[in-house]
Design a protein around this ligand. Structure first.
Ligand code: SF4
Length: 271
């Protein structure tokens, strides 16, 4: 055992290993955790978040300066055609440009028609916009307005919640429910950013850096997390469904359940 592991284990023995204490420690490790999508207004954050579907924040941040230079707000983007927006996105190197271009123009027009060009402040109004799901809506509500109506569960939050034993579930809606029950509303926004920071920098999907992790002392998956919280490999399209496929699926489910089963009693308690 390294001196770091020994130190953190000793600290855990003396301290609190509840989910809230674990998050407090993660916040100490990542004091600068924040939304990594560059933006200058709620509208720009909404656009950047819609663009971030199926791609990285780094790529979106490369694309948005030129996009916002041309269409800085809803009223300007509403005058564009979906084809123009798609061509702009394509020229900037973004994938799924046809669908995303259509969504951007569609949501800009709805913002103008229904909300005077402003970004609405409720989940129900936001998810009525093209390309905006619950996750995107809560990013905007949390980051732009400090009033999320849920916890943002992206791939990192999903994986870490399972590894840290905070949920037995594998799908975002159920994971979100578990997280909302474990943490007070005032923590929801920063909780997501902190877990995303940790997922991007330490708790990688493949080969998580448990030896360098500040919460390895209280993580039930520490040093055997590689298969926990990762998406099950896709079944090969040529394979007929049968005993092998089913056995693999059962094995993946059991691995996640086993890890989640190591939740400390305090971690399972609802507020
Ligand atoms: S100990 Fe390992 S699995 Fe647990 S949170 Fe840290 S990096 Fe992730």
């Amino acid at each position: 055992m390294s001196s770091k592991q020994g130190g953190t284990r000793a600290a855990a023995a003396a301290g609190d290993s509840t989910p809230r204490a674990t998050v407090a420690e993660l916040r100490r490790v990542h004091p600068d955790a924040h939304c990594e999508l560059d933006h200058g207004s709620p509208f720009q954050l909404l656009i950047a978040t819609v663009l971030s579907a199926q791609t990285t924040d780094v790529l979106v941040n490369r694309v948005t300066p030129r996009l916002f230079e041309r269409w800085p707000d809803a009223s300007s983007l509403a005058t564009a055609s979906p084809e123009e927006a798609a061509a702009q996105l394509q020229s900037l190197g973004l994938g799924m440009y046809n669908q995303k271009g259509k969504n951007l123009v569609g949501l800009a027009r709805l913002l103008v028609e229904r909300h005077g060009g402003e970004v609405p402040r409720t989940l129900a109004e936001l998810v009525a916009l093209p390309g905006v799901g619950r996750k995107t809506a809560n990013v905007v509500l949390g980051v732009a307005f400090g009033a999320p109506e849920g916890v943002v569960v992206d791939t990192h939050v999903q994986r870490l919640s399972q590894r840290l034993g905070w949920t037995r579930h594998t799908e975002p809606p159920e994971i979100e429910r578990d997280l909302c029950a474990l943490f007070p509303r005032g923590d929801w926004d920063l909780l997501s950013h902190t877990l995303i920071f940790h997922g991007r920098r330490v708790c990688f999907a493949r080969k998580p850096a448990c030896a360098a992790c500040g919460v390895s002392d209280r993580c039930p998956s520490a040093f055997h997390a590689d298969s926990v919280g990762r998406k099950a490999p896709r079944a090969r399209s040529t394979a007929a469904p049968g005993p092998t496929t089913n056995a693999a699926a059962r094995k993946a489910t059991t691995t996640v359940a086993k890890a989640a089963g190591r939740v400390a009693p305090a971690a399972r308690s609802k507020r």
